[in-house]
Design a protein around this ligand. Structure first.
Ligand code: MV4
Length: 512
């Protein structure tokens, strides 16, 4: 087993890896930038080393500096977390060259999945169902028109080096194709330094469902069930759950088998995620593979009872998967909310600043993975994720009720958070009915805006009197709103929206 692991990341995921290390008796090494001197991962790790300035390229993306620190600290492995260097093939190879184990897949597997067209060619060879379209970059408008006509409109133009929606264009008919292709190419060139663009048939109102896999370095590959990730905004996931309301055991088995074949085709090792688009008839198509531990891994941990980071570490040091596919079963339901320091009343702009008061949620069926603490100042320099709040229950309804209860007792003062957004989603009838697709959240927010512009239905008016209910919610002396931030509902208290027509209905918990 490793003796010491350097965590090349920050925030809640660094804390998550530190916890796994501690349970395994492995020393943890945090790294930090100027902006993170007082961050939670630095406090919680056994050791912490300064990397460089706040700029990520000088710190969390600085390969030579991270390896220098790893050697100085005597770390025998590096866990990359998610984001930053986690899917960087060069970094994985540089670790290997430095004699430090990179806890993740090989650089080759990452590279294969990094090119979307390369991945599609590999999937074609392996007989994996993927969205119909081209296997190579488009070389002319004429070629694009030919392929589009063959697969049928609407079509999607995508950057081969992309993922996450950049350089993507939806094209409804041949008239739009030339300018869409030019636009996609120039956006791809700017964003990725690579203008390769390919074409796919557009799946209308798809669901985004992904399958977790684990592969050891001895050829064993298993799937750990799916996550429903359709609730997202601008290609950022907001809420994820496991299992998906539309996946039954038979479909899970087929999807899982495909995911395992994808992993095998890539010679994949460690934890990975195979993304699928699912159409209205429940046909699923390979989209891409994420070669890292994902933000939403806790929902899979809760419904499988497994510790994915513990398993990543054991696989990383050559261990054998301690179970087989037949040993894995999905039990209960888990839902994760990504709690972010952002203002839902102001276009979800980041809301950095000092957390003046923090009442974290807890209690039955609640998991709270946080990188923040009371008194800490949230920097504007990085991802705004403050914490992940995960509700678990024997079924989807119980998980939802527990999350609603936990959100009600969760209070973050001093900054704005998106907590009210989750209250809104969890009491939405389409959410409760499991009627989701990738357009769900935009539709919900559209409904909110329309309501906001007209009759408030009494909800906002009720919020305006709420300041009287609790002293801590009183206006500040300078009259600029509540001293500690917005209340989202503590038992018996009105939801306070700082006297503004915020768009988030303020209701009592009992009415939710
Ligand atoms: C699609 C699609 C429909 N048809 N591809 C967006 C991000 C990128 N990773 C893939 N994306 C999509 N690809 C075809 N052929 C719809 C999306 C899409 C989407 C996918 C997953 C999660 C959220 C999304 C939001 C809008 C569009």
């Amino acid at each position: 087993m490793f003796k010491k692991i350097l965590i090349a990341n920050r925030g809640e995921i660094a804390v998550r890896v530190i916890r796994a290390c501690r349970e395994l008796g492995i020393r943890s090494v945090a790294v930090y930038s100027d902006a993170d001197r007082a961050s939670l991962h630095v406090i919680k790790a056994d050791e912490a080393y300064y990397l460089g300035s706040t700029l990520a390229t000088e710190s969390y993306l600085n390969i030579s500096r991270i390896l220098e620190v790893a050697k100085r600290a005597g770390a025998d492995a590096i866990h990359p977390g998610y984001g930053f260097l986690s899917e960087n093939a060069k970094f994985a190879r540089a670790c290997a060259e430095a004699g430090i184990k990179f806890i993740g897949p090989s650089g080759d597997a990452m590279e294969m999945m990094g090119s979307k067209t390369g991945a599609r060619r590999a999937m074609e060879k392996a007989g994996i169902p993927f969205v119909p379209g081209s296997l190579r970059g488009l070389t002319s408008v004429e070629e694009a028109e030919r392929v589009a006509r063959a697969i049928g409109y609407p079509v999607m133009l995508k950057a081969a080096a992309g993922g996450g929606g950049k350089g993507m264009r939806l094209v409804h008919g041949p008239a739009e194709l030339p300018s869409a292709l030019a636009g996609a190419k120039s956006e791809a060139a700017r964003a990725f330094g690579d203008d390769e663009v390919y074409i796919e048939k557009a799946i209308v109102r798809p669901r985004h469902i992904e399958m977790q896999i684990l592969a050891d370095e001895r050829g064993h590959v298993v799937y750990l069930g799916e996550r429903e990730c359709s609730i997202q905004r601008r290609h950022q996931k907001v809420l994820e759950e496991a299992p998906s309301a539309i996946v039954d055991e038979e479909m899970r088995c087929r999807m899982g088998d495909v995911a395992v074949r994808v992993a095998r085709a890539a010679n994949y090792t460690n934890a990975g995620t195979v993304e699928f688009l699912v159409d209205g008839d429940k046909n699923f198509y390979f989209l891409e593979m994420n070669t890292r531990l994902q933000v939403e891994h806790p929902v899979t941990e809760l419904v499988t009872g497994l510790d994915l980071v513990n398993l990543q570490i054991r696989i990383g040091c050559g261990g054998e998967l301690p179970f087989q596919q037949e040993d894995i079963s999905i039990r209960g339901h888990a839902i994760e909310c990504r709690i972010c320091a952002e203002d839902p009343d102001n276009h979800f702009f980041p809301s950095p600043g000092k957390i003046t008061m923090l009442l974290p949620p807890a209690g039955p069926g609640i998991r709270y993975d946080s990188g923040s603490y009371e008194g800490w100042t949230v920097p504007i320099d990085y991802d705004p994720l403050l914490a992940k709040l995960i509700g678990y229950g024997s079924d989807r309804e119980q998980a939802t009720l527990r999350l609603q209860r936990a959100l009600g007792e969760y209070f973050v003062g001093g900054i704005k958070t998106n907590i009210p957004l989750f209250q809104r989603i969890l009491r939405d009838s389409d959410f409760q009915a499991g009627k989701l697709d990738t357009g769900y959240l935009e539709r919900l927010l559209g409904k909110e805006r329309r309501r906001d512009s007209g009759d408030c239905g009494g909800a906002v008016c009720r919020a305006r009197v709420a300041g009287r209910v609790d002293g801590r919610c009183d206006k500040r002396r300078d009259g600029r709103g509540p001293e500690y931030g917005e209340r989202t509902c503590c038992a018996g208290l009105f939801q306070l929206e700082a006297g503004s027509a915020s768009g988030w209905p303020a209701v009592r918990n009992s009415e939710a």
